[in-house]
Design a protein around this ligand. Structure first.
Ligand code: PTJ
Length: 245
C-alpha cells in the first residue's frame, strides 16, 4: 500500500483529473500523452520543485507584477489540473484569462473551458476576433482584448511555436513546462520548469509577497535573472536525476 503523502498519490490524482477531463470534453485525448510526458520529467526532478524553479517563479512574479496587461492563457489540461489556483493568480494580478487550445473541436472546447471557470465565478475570454501573425495553427485565433493586446502572456503546458510567434509580436512570455527542451520552454522570456500544480500556488505566494515591493525593486530583481543559464542548470539537474547541488 502506498502511504498517503507519497508522490505517487499526487501523480495518480493528476491522472484521474486528466481522465475525467477527457470524459467531460475539457481535455483533448492527446492531453493524456502530454500528461505522460510531464510525469516522466517530473520523476527525474524527484517530483518536487527544484531550487532553480524557485528563481524562475520569482522572476515570473516580478514580470507579472510589472505588466500593464497580463493575460493567462489556459488549455484543457491546465483547466482540470489547477483552475482554482489560476483564478487566485488572476485576481491578485488583475489579469484576464483566455482559453486557447490546439486540438479540435476548438470553439466547443474553449466554451467548455470557460464554463468550467464559471464554477469559480471567473469570466474567461473564449471568442476569437483577432489573429497572432506568423502562426499557422488555430492557436493564432485570439481575443483582441485578451492575448492580442497583452504585454505579458503566461503559457502553460504547451510544446509549440506560439511562444516564438508571440515574442515576434512584441509580447513577453512566461512558460510553465516540465520539459526544459520544449520549443515553448526554449523561446519564452522566463521559463518555469516545474509541475503546474506546484508552480501556480508558489507563483500566487510570490506575487502576494512581491506586490509590496516597488517597481525599481521588481525591475532590478528581474534584470538579474538569466533564463538560459537557469534552464541549463535545471537540464543538468534532470540529467543527474534531480540531485545536482
Ligand atoms: O488543450 P489543448 O488542445 O491545447 O491541448 C493541450 C496539449 C497539452 C495536448 C498541447 O497543448 C500540447 O502542446 O501538448 P505537448 O506537445 O505534449 O506539450 C506539453 C508540454 O507540457 C510537454 O513539454 C510536457 O512535458 C509538459 N507538461 C505536461 N504535464 C505538465 C507539463 N508541464 C508542467 N506541468 C505539468 N503538469
Amino acid at each position: 500500500m502506498i502511504p498517503k503523502n507519497h508522490p505517487r498519490h499526487e501523480s495518480l490524482r493528476q491522472r484521474h483529473l486528466i481522465e475525467e477531463g477527457v470524459k467531460s470534453g475539457i481535455v483533448t485525448p492527446t492531453g493524456m500523452i502530454a500528461q505522460g510526458r510531464g510525469e516522466a520529467f517530473d520523476y527525474l526532478l524527484g517530483e518536487k520543485t527544484a531550487p532553480e524553479a524557485i528563481l524562475e517563479i520569482e522572476a515570473s512574479a516580478c514580470m507579472l507584477l510589472l505588466a500593464k496587461k497580463p493575460v493567462i492563457s489556459v488549455n484543457g489540461n491546465v483547466t482540470v489540473l489547477c483552475a482554482k489556483e489560476i483564478v487566485q493568480l488572476a485576481k491578485i494580478l488583475g489579469a484576464k484569462i483566455e482559453a486557447n487550445v490546439f486540438y479540435a473541436p476548438i470553439e466547443k472546447r474553449k466554451k467548455v473551458i470557460a464554463k468550467e471557470f464559471k464554477k469559480y465565478k471567473m469570466e474567461v475570454l473564449y471568442k476569437s476576433n483577432a489573429t497572432i501573425p506568423n502562426l499557422t495553427s488555430d492557436r493564432r485565433n485570439v481575443s483582441r482584448e485578451g492575448i492580442f493586446s497583452a504585454d505579458v502572456v503566461l503559457i502553460m503546458l504547451e510544446d509549440g511555436d506560439r511562444t516564438e510567434a508571440l515574442m515576434k509580436f512584441g509580447k513577453k512570455t512566461i512558460a510553465i513546462d516540465l520539459n526544459p527542451k520544449s520549443r515553448t520552454a526554449q523561446k519564452a522570456s522566463v521559463t518555469i520548469v516545474d509541475n503546474v500544480v506546484r508552480a501556480i500556488p508558489l507563483l500566487v505566494q510570490k506575487c502576494i509577497e512581491f506586490r509590496k515591493k516597488d517597481e525599481k525593486w521588481l525591475k532590478a530583481k528581474l534584470k538579474k535573472f538569466k533564463n538560459k543559464i537557469i534552464l541549463n542548470k535545471i537540464l543538468q539537474r534532470i540529467r543527474q536525476g534531480g540531485t545536482v547541488k
